[in-house]
Design a protein around this ligand. Structure first.
Ligand SMILES: C[S@@+](CC[C@H](N)C(=O)[O-])C[C@H]1O[C@@H](n2cnc3c(N)ncnc32)[C@H](O)[C@@H]1O
Length: 240
């Protein structure tokens, strides 16, 4: 999500679709110079994961869904399954861990298989269908950690910044082309209702604040959030 684009970018084709795959951005998604906003959200997610793994050492069978270059793999590899619909996004993961190429909105990725499901930056598939499949894949008493860019950021940035669109993440690719990919970020009450409808229970809402990051690289974040604003929101969910 690079800022400061040239004139050519405005003339270029836009891809603006609910169904577009992250394959379109995969080759450069993890380039922090090109996409510092993604890098900041990833850094904030890592801060939360470190807290959870330090305090609770999640174990059992674990899935990282929408894994991309898996952050969970930085903390655990035993009994870990990586799930993503984009072959391009999973390419950076080291071997030895099971990878399932699956669209978690379109179908099942497991049946009462997982003790923990992590969905890091899961806003592209924050839908009833995906939550239904998360319910199906969790074992009874299993937990899901679902992280999105903060609702505060989404409101302050997407609704005010020229060129942004509510409900979409804008990526300005290195070639100058703008791509809009679906990004569903809801106020807590709506997120709770979405989780409730899939028969899961929201047990904790947590945020990672700008002050908890060593530095904020992206002007898309630093210009809109102060130190005590949340960068990412974390929904911790249990299957009863
Ligand atoms: C914002 S990226 C986050 C990637 C990774 N979790 C991280 O933190 O770097 C969202 C990821 O979700 C994947 N994704 C999007 N929709 C999906 C779906 N319906 N089923 C499975 N994966 C999906 C994308 O391919 C991409 O890898």
């Amino acid at each position: 999500m690079k800022s400061g684009i040239g004139q050519a970018a405005y003339k270029s084709t836009e891809i603006h679709s609910c169904q577009a795959s992250y394959d379109i951005v995969a080759s450069e998604y993890y380039d922090a110079d090109l996409h510092p906003t993604c890098a900041d959200f990833r850094a904030a997610s890592r801060v939360y994961l470190k807290k959870v793994f330090d305090a609770e050492a999640p174990r059992g069978r674990i899935a990282d869904v929408g894994c991309g270059r898996s952050l969970v793999l930085e903390f655990v590899s035993k009994d870990l399954v990586l799930v993503d619909e984009s072959r391009g996004m999973v390419q950076g993961n080291m071997g030895g861990v099971e990878v399932r190429i699956a669209n978690i909105e379109m179908g099942s990725f497991g049946h009462e298989e997982f003790d923990w499901i992590f969905a890091i930056l899961g806003d592209p598939y924050n839908t009833p269908a995906a939550w239904g499949h998360i319910f199906e894949a969790l074992r009874p008493k299993g937990q899901c950690i679902f992280i999105t860019p903060s609702v505060v950021w989404a409101k302050k940035f997407r609704e005010r910044d020229k060129g942004e669109r509510s409900g979409f993440a804008r990526f300005v690719l290195s070639g100058g082309r703008s791509v809009y990919l679906r990004s569903l970020i809801f106020p807590v009450a709506e997120q709770r209702a979405l989780i409730d409808r899939s028969n899961l229970k929201l047990i904790e809402v947590h945020s990672i604040f700008a002050s908890e990051l060593p530095n904020v690289r992206s002007p898309k974040i630093s210009q809109h959030l102060s130190d005590d604003d949340p960068v990412v929101d974390v929904y911790r969910v249990s299957k009863l």
